[in-house]
Design a protein around this ligand. Structure first.
Ligand SMILES: *Cc1c(COP(=O)(O)O)cnc(C)c1O
Length: 355
């Protein structure tokens, strides 16, 4: 039986996408060949790559605005290195909202000075710092739009004249924001876009070529732009399935339509967390709560076993919190049906009624 998958990543994708991907593993486009055994330079695969790029720009409202779309490898973690290597000449400003922001900061320090403009470390990252100053002479400002581990999400991005760089790994394509305020956006595919293996990078070419260091070709955005994401063999299957998923999203009505459902799902779960006395939310300020990853705890650990038994019986999977936070984390990415959230809420109510 198909489970209700609340996993933080790699995560749920639409059943339709799984089916189409499975068929293409056996026979891609009626070619008599598997998607896994064809050349990345074949006409059919180049069309997949082109479609993935154009769907990305279309869904984000970034067409004809000077953006390049790349599908690279190495995950968001590789981008922590690459973006700094390509953009950091003297100093860069970073907002520290958790584990991933921290890793980004650590990698950037290999290339120059990092100014941490604000941090929520004092409260184990259970809020988003606000009203900080961004130095006008920094090369760029980096933030993480959604903190997958802690369940916080930036709702309003700071205004600044310097290039805005954003790690959107866990909430890209989930909500409408003005994506054109960013000079560089990146996202590991495996949270809300596709399977693990590829990383989406969207950047304005105008921010490149401002650093004096020599950059190895494989780490240089210019190489990947020049070779249209085929400087080396791309993650063919991951790009293909991501493309299918973006196509699915477009058919659903795009980001505006999915955002409505995402908001409904989040409201449903958070209102139960707040209502039910056996549970408490992890995030301290309600307006910082993520619509993608809801983090919460039991108010009394003696309910741990009965709760987890009920979850198992209901076929709910992937609800354990990250080891650095504990408790529970319900990841409600685009592909998670609202019915799964309703079921989780019922289980929470069952636990309350039993006790
Ligand atoms: C998962 C995650 C990462 C790490 O992604 P990898 O692809 O494993 O390197 C980075 N940033 C955020 C916000 C994430 O959710």
């Amino acid at each position: 039986m198909k489970k209700h998958n609340f996993s933080a990543g790699p995560s749920i994708l639409p059943q339709e996408v799984f089916k189409e991907a499975a068929a293409a593993v056996l026979n891609f486009n009626n070619s008599g060949l598997s998607i896994l055994e064809i050349s990345h330079r074949s006409k059919d695969f180049i069309a997949v790559m082109e479609q993935a790029k154009s769907l990305t720009l279309e869904l984000l409202g970034l067409e004809n605005k000077g953006y390049q779309v790349l599908f690279l490898q190495g995950g968001a973690s590789m981008q922590f290195v690459m973006l700094a290597q390509n953009l950091l000449e003297s100093k860069a400003a970073y907002l520290n909202t958790g584990t991933w922001a921290n890793n980004a900061i650590k990698e950037a320090r290999f290339f120059g000075e990092v100014i941490e403009v604000a941090s929520s470390k004092d409260k184990n990252y259970n809020y988003i710092p606000k009203n900080f100053e961004i130095p006008a002479d920094a090369d760029y400002f980096h933030c993480t739009s959604n903190n997958t581990i802690f369940g916080t999400q930036i709702k309003e991005f700071p205004k600044t004249e310097i290039p805005l760089v954003c790690d959107m790994s866990s909430d890209i394509f989930s909500r409408n924001i003005d994506f054109s305020q960013f000079s560089l956006i990146y996202a590991g595919a495996q949270k809300n876009m596709g399977p693990a293996g590829t990383t989406l990078v969207i950047l304005k070419e105008s921010i490149l070529n401002k650093v004096s260091r020599a950059i190895p070709n494989i780490l240089n955005y210019n190489s990947h732009i020049a070779k249209e994401s085929m400087y080396n063999t791309p993650a063919v299957f991951s790009v293909y399935v991501s493309m299918l998923n973006l196509k699915w999203l477009k058919a659903k009505g795009g980001i505006a339509a999915i955002e409505k459902v995402n908001n409904e799902k989040a409201a449903l779960l958070y209102s139960e967390i707040d209502r039910n006395s056996l549970f408490e939310g992890f995030v301290s300020r309600l307006d910082d709560r993520s619509t993608m990853n809801a983090t919460f705890n039991l108010t009394d650990e003696t309910y741990k076993e009965p709760f987890e038994t009920l979850l198992k019986e209901a076929g709910i999977s992937g609800l354990n919190g990250h080891r650095s936070v504990g408790g529970y984390r319900a990841s409600m990415y685009n592909a998670l049906p609202i019915e799964s959230v309703k079921l989780l809420v019922e289980v929470m109510q069952d636990l309350e009624n039993q006790n």
